[in-house]
Design a protein around this ligand. Structure first.
Ligand code: OAD
Length: 236
């Protein structure tokens, strides 16, 4: 902890990669591990274009359930600590795999959303994107004014990440002096690869996670514990 704190204090460029674990203490279940299943489905079975084509209502029921949980949740001390870190570091980028919007609500600004945003809906007919924060949605699956089917504005398995966001994330990882990786199981690529990008470019890599991950043995410092406790300590 002492060493990680010193690296952070000395750094003028910091990039952070977050995953579902940072929102766990806000009451939002992670995808993998305890509580990660919804009904009997794994995320890989629901978060795909094929699943949506097969049964849009089922996929929307899952997202509508998640939207309800997120709407009732608030950012936790982990989200707030990262918003504060952004104020202290000249060159700061927060890269998140999360679609829940809790980083925005905590005040993070230089934020790259690799997997989109659950509050954005995209029409498969006319292509228009709209923000819709109603929960529950009045109709499942929701429809656009043009009568087209609306899908969640998130990235599904088998889909490409938004290219400009991905490019900016790669640049941030490659130029960071310190790369902090928080609350991700590190199994979903390409997002997980950013940690290797940062390491290969010479960053000090610090991991925050209560569990061991595929990164743990390779990072410079692996802090085991919940983000809501460890991130405020890292900044103190
Ligand atoms: P996962 O659910 O795979 O992993 C959550 C990680 O958070 C695990 O490593 C936990 O040990 C850790 N964790 C749990 N509680 C924590 C806490 N309080 N503080 C810190 N860490 C904690 O979530 P992701 O790695 O984000 O993609 O999953 C990656 C992607 O897979 C998601 O973005 C989503 C999912 O399917 C898409 O939907 C495309």
């Amino acid at each position: 902890m002492e060493q990680a704190r010193a690296w952070l204090q000395a750094a003028s460029s910091v990039a952070v990669l977050t995953g579902a674990g940072i929102s766990a203490e806000s009451g939002i279940p992670t995808f993998r591990g305890a509580g990660g299943l919804w009904r009997q489905y794994r995320p890989e079975e629901l978060a795909t274009p094929e699943a949506f084509q097969r049964d849009p209502r089922l996929v929307w029921e899952w997202y509508d359930w998640r939207r309800g949980l997120i709407a009732a949740a608030s950012p936790n001390p982990g989200h707030h600590a990262l918003a504060e870190l952004e104020q202290r570091v000249a060159d700061f980028t927060l890269i998140t795999q999360n679609v829940d919007g809790l980083h925005d609500r905590a005040g993070s600004r230089n934020l790259l959303k690799l997997h989109g945003d659950i509050w954005t809906l995209r029409c498969l007919g006319c292509g228009r994107e709209q923000r819709d924060e109603r929960t529950p949605l009045p109709e499942l699956p929701p429809r656009c004014d043009c009568a087209g089917l609306l899908r969640p504005g998130v990235v599904w398995f088998g889909e490409a990440l938004p290219p400009r966001v991905w490019e900016a994330a790669g640049q941030a990882a490659a130029s960071a002096e310190v790369f902090l990786v928080v609350g991700t199981s590190a199994v979903v690529y390409p997002a997980a690869g950013l940690t290797w990008t940062a390491k290969a470019a010479g960053a000090r890599v610090i991991e925050v996670n209560p569990e061991e991950t595929p990164f743990s043995a390779h990072v410079d410092c692996s802090l085991r514990g919940p983000a809501g406790v460890l991130l405020p300590q890292l900044l103190s």
